[in-house]
Design a protein around this ligand. Structure first.
Ligand SMILES: Nc1ncnc2c1ncn2[C@@H]1O[C@H](COP(=O)(O)OP(=O)(O)OP(=O)(O)O)[C@@H](O)[C@H]1O
Ligand SMILES: [Mg+2]
Length: 211
């Protein structure tokens, strides 16, 4: 059960699906209405988390043991939930978070083959079972997403983006599977639409949750 007055909204999906673009747009919209809202992200979102983020995303880190990778994500998530997300929810803020628990299910659980159950056990402990109120899942063919990322970064890809298309296809399927397990918590968005069309759907949903 929820024990806080805030609203915890998570944005999930593969690389280049438009999460950050939509978070920025929603933040502007909510702030223009005078609402208390914060934007945060994973991995990272805290000083310590940003250091671990560098290790996780730096191609120079090379192939990493899958359990090590899952633990590093869970470790930064614990710090992030304790220091940033819960305090904001407790004061009543709308928290917009770029990636969370489901990213670990998709990338480490499915992509790396550790399984959903292992990732869930680890994350229940790390977050003390803090579940999002709503997850927007940005669904897009991974090739289009990676092409968008290449355009944005002049061809530079981070350690996870550099994985093959079959890895990213698994990630997409895992996200859709996660959404199918708990349909009331998820909104699957067709991320191939124009940004404004996606924004409208997100705003309508927030309006329903918090009129
Ligand atoms: N609906 C859209 N249609 C076409 N291009 C888009 C759309 N939304 C975002 N973009 C562009 O695609 C690129 C990736 O978008 P964005 O950074 O928001 O994705 P992301 O999901 O946050 O990616 P990452 O996983 O790398 O953080 C950006 O250059 C952005 O301008
Ligand atoms: Mg982003």
């Amino acid at each position: 059960m929820r024990s806080y007055p805030g609203l915890f909204i998570v944005f999930e999906g593969g690389e280049g699906t438009g999460k950050s673009t939509q978070i920025r747009a929603l933040e502007t919209h909510l702030k223009s209405q005078g609402r208390d809202c914060i934007v945060t992200w994973e991995p990272g979102g805290t000083e310590l988390g940003e250091k671990v983020r560098k290790v996780l995303l730096d191609p120079a880190s090379g192939p990493m043991d899958a359990r090590c990778e899952a633990l590093l994500y869970a470790a930064t998530r614990a710090e992030h939930v304790a220091k940033v997300v819960r305090p904001a929810l407790e004061r009543g803020a709308i928290v917009l978070c770029d990636r969370y628990w489901d990213a670990s299910r998709a990338y480490q659980g499915f992509g790396r083959g550790l399984g959903f159950a292992t990732i869930d056990r680890l994350n229940e402990w790390a977050t003390q079972s803090l579940f999002p109120d709503r997850v927007f899942l940005f669904d897009l063919d991974p090739k289009s997403g990676l092409d968008r990322v290449r355009l944005r970064t002049q061809g530079q890809l981070d350690r996870l983006e550099q994985e093959g298309l079959d890895f990213h296809q698994k990630v997409r399927e895992a996200y859709l599977f996660a959404a199918s397990l708990d349909p009331s918590r998820y909104r699957v968005l067709d991320a191939s639409q124009a940004p404004e069309a996606v924004s409208v759907q997100i705003r309508q949903e927030i309006e329903r949750l918090r009129p």
